[in-house]
Ligand binder design. Structure first.
Ligand SMILES: Cc1ncc(COP(=O)(O)O)c(C=O)c1O
Length: 440
């Protein structure tokens, strides 16, 4: 066997066994350079946190370069990959480019996509043939948005807390086909089912909302989503969830959510390569979720006399030459997260959010727009700044002068702290203190 291939196939080192990255830059002090894999949780320990838990966090965190150079709270925008993922992509590219079309290499690379479909299905509650690999959440949303034969006056229901990726496609369909966009209020505390019922009409053909909102972190609970799914299915209305902020941030099980389609990405909370994603489509809905884009690889059979059959699986939504090294990296990212434990990650995020709520409650002038209680909340933690404090100006100031990476979101006074498991309580305290100093 080719030595490089052997090296590649032999790569099974697990995150726990590997050496930590030493923190660099101006935040080394905050991160306790040299102390226990570069992380000081003294403040957390004083509050009685579980030190055993903190040790695994320190080990995993030490593998994420971005976490040592800044207070990284932008996972809801783009997640920082661990070294294992970065190396996987590099190694796969090296391997592939020794002979991209040569069977010695191409045969191995051809396993990447089927393996990843199976893995994502297993981890996130779909059958392998319900998984299509995409390059972003937006790609999945567009596949779904264009999957109906829209007629003038047909209606789609979205919400007031959507990302542009789940708004712009509907504007385009409105302008091209005359569809009507209706909006529900998913601010914290409203009732999902009541909101949807109030907007349903005989013309409703699709409901498309965020599983976890990037604007307020509200999470559609699995039980309410399943109930909504039953309501919509009984009326023949397609139900799509935008899951960009779902997997890796909240426990996500496609089947239990009861939607027909679920679009997500690898480059946020799963910490995968940028430009990776997946679309899950319920097997029973495959023939109704029609293709608008197709090409080589969408088909099972075709000839040049006008005949074709599509693949019997969601892989029919894929076509063309694909970024296999990146998809391999996504597989590695999911492995890495699973090795740590998705349940453990979820618990850790929730305990950090508890801490963030306490810190905000103790700071006059700051409030939160995110839901306060589990499971309606998530690691997407959004603050309402005091009057006169602009979120974009604050975001620039925090980045340039305090090394704290946050994100302004939809409203001018809303600032998002994305809290992932690798964040530490000291960072939350530092962020809240820096915001308070500048704004409160
Ligand atoms: C809720 C939501 N949907 C969609 C997107 C777009 O994601 P992608 O870049 O994977 O297309 C984002 C990105 O921030 C998001 O937060």
């Amino acid at each position: 066997m080719n030595p490089s291939r052997r090296r590649f196939l032999g790569q099974s080192a697990r995150w726990a066994a590997l050496a930590p990255v030493v923190p660099v830059g101006r935040l080394a002090a905050l991160h306790g350079e040299g102390a226990g894999a570069g992380v000081s949780e003294d403040a957390g320990a004083r509050r009685g946190n579980n030190l055993a838990q903190d040790a695994w966090v320190a080990r995993a965190r030490a593998r994420i370069p971005a976490s040592s150079g800044s207070v990284y709270m932008q996972t809801g925008g783009i997640g920082p990959s661990p070294i294992e993922v970065i190396d996987e992509v590099k190694d796969r590219l090296d391997f592939q480019n020794q002979g991209p079309a040569h069977p010695d290499y191409a045969t191995d690379m051809a396993r990447v996509e089927p393996d990843l479909r199976a893995q994502l299905g297993r981890v996130f509650g779909a059958e392998t043939d319900e998984v299509a690999l995409t390059h972003s959440t937006s790609e999945g949303i567009s596949i779904v948005a264009w999957s109906l034969n829209w007629q003038p006056g047909d209606e789609v229901i979205i919400s007031n807390i959507e990302h542009p990726a789940n708004v712009v496609p509907w504007y385009v369909l409105r302008d091209r086909y005359g569809i009507v966009i209706r909006e529900i209020d998913l601010s914290s505390g409203t009732h999902l089912l009541d909101e949807v019922r109030a907007q349903l009409s005989a013309r409703t053909r699709m409901v498309s909302i965020s599983h976890v909102s990037r604007n307020n972190g509200r999470t559609i609970r699995t039980d309410e989503s399943a109930e909504l799914g039953r309501l919509l299915r009984a009326r023949g209305i397609r139900y799509h969830l935008d899951g960009a902020q779902g997997p890796g941030c909240v426990i996500t099980d496609f089947r239990s959510l009861g939607c027909d389609c679920y679009s997500t990405c690898g480059h946020k909370w799963l910490l995968g390569p940028k430009g990776t994603g997946a679309l899950f489509v319920r097997r029973e809905a495959l023939d109704d979720v029609q293709l608008s884009w197709a090409g080589s690889h969408s088909h099972a059979t075709m000839d040049y006399e006008g005949n074709y059959t599509l693949l019997p699986s969601a892989a029919r939504y894929e076509f063309g030459t694909r970024a296999l090294a990146d998809f391999a990296g996504l597989g590695r990212a999911v492995d890495w997260m699973e090795d740590i434990g998705l349940g453990r990650i979820d618990d850790r995020i929730q305990s950090l959010v508890d801490h963030a709520i306490e810190a905000v409650d103790a700071t006059s002038g700051l409030t939160m727009t995110s839901p306060r209680t589990r499971p309606d909340r998530s690691g997407v933690f959004v603050l309402k700044l005091p009057g006169g404090c602009d979120a974009t100006a604050l975001y620039n100031d925090l980045r340039d002068n305090a090394g704290i990476l946050a994100s302004p979101v939809r409203q001018p006074r809303d600032l998002r702290l994305s809290i992932h498991f690798f964040n530490i309580r000291d960072e939350i305290d530092a962020a809240v203190a820096a915001i308070s100093e500048r704004c409160a």
